[in-house]
Design a protein around this ligand. Structure first.
Ligand SMILES: Cc1cc2nc3c(=O)[nH]c(=O)nc-3n(C[C@H](O)[C@H](O)[C@H](O)COP(=O)(O)O)c2cc1C
Length: 208
């Protein structure tokens, strides 16, 4: 099967992407609007870019139902700040709940019953139940259209990493204790700890 994106709908192109690029990590992004009301939503088009400067990115798409900008993007455009709360398997149903299209101003922390604690370097609340928080300032923003199917790229500069003390060992994250979850296609998720294996290299470098 050979498929050219120009021959298919954006919905079919989306299905090809999420079925090919997986498992994807989940950025649980907290923001506030101009009135200081909190917003929380998951984004699995999410990855790291650079360690120095410490940059991450995620990609909110235009809302498929009505072509509107997602609240997360609108809030970041206004405040230039956000927090990536890292997702563990114990809160995955609350994460899923926060993906519902609530009206602007609805506080998903309250809806999902998640606790808030103050960010240290940004004026954004972070999710108390998460074991890692990446506090970010907006570094760059790119838009690739404003029609359904298109998306934007939010690049954040990490200004603070907070890690639960019991997870941080010898300068590394103990990922067995983190219990990360990845997103697959459709409504499927995977637990990253359920089938892990180690491959060593003879010329292993300092990158470990
Ligand atoms: C696990 C998960 C990952 C998601 N990843 C994305 C994504 O990468 N990009 C996107 O536009 N929407 C994604 N969504 C959908 C958004 O979370 C959803 O549109 C949400 O309502 C956006 O909220 P907001 O308007 O408050 O920003 C994802 C949903 C789930 C459950």
């Amino acid at each position: 099967m050979q498929i050219e994106p120009r021959d298919i709908s954006w919905q079919d192109a989306y299905k090809l992407l999420v079925g090919s690029v997986l498992p994807r990590p989940i950025a649980f992004v907290s923001t506030v609007d101009e009135e200081g009301r909190a917003n929380l939503a998951p984004f699995s088009f999410f990855t790291c870019i650079s360690a120095n400067p410490m940059l991450i990115c995620f990609a909110p798409m235009v809302r498929g139902s009505d072509g509107a900008k997602k609240d997360t993007l609108r809030n970041i455009e206004k405040t230039k700040e956000f927090i990536i709360n890292i997702v563990s398997d114990d809160i995955i149903s609350q994460v899923n709940e926060c993906a519902t299209e609530y009206s602007p101003g609805v506080d998903e922390f309250t809806i999902a019953g998640l606790g808030k604690e103050a960010g240290q370097k940004v004026k954004i609340p972070r999710v108390q139940e998460c074991k890692i928080h990446l506090e970010c300032k907006l570094h760059e923003l790119h838009h690739y259209g404003s029609h359904p199917g298109s998306g934007s790229l939010v690049v954040g500069r990490v200004v603070l990493v907070s890690v639960a003390d019991n997870l941080y060992e010898d300068g590394k994250i103990n990922t067995s204790k983190l219990k990360p979850v990845g997103r697959l296609a459709g409504h499927a998720y995977t637990r990253a700890n359920s089938d892990t294996f180690i491959l060593t290299r003879s010329n292993i470098s300092k990158e470990k």
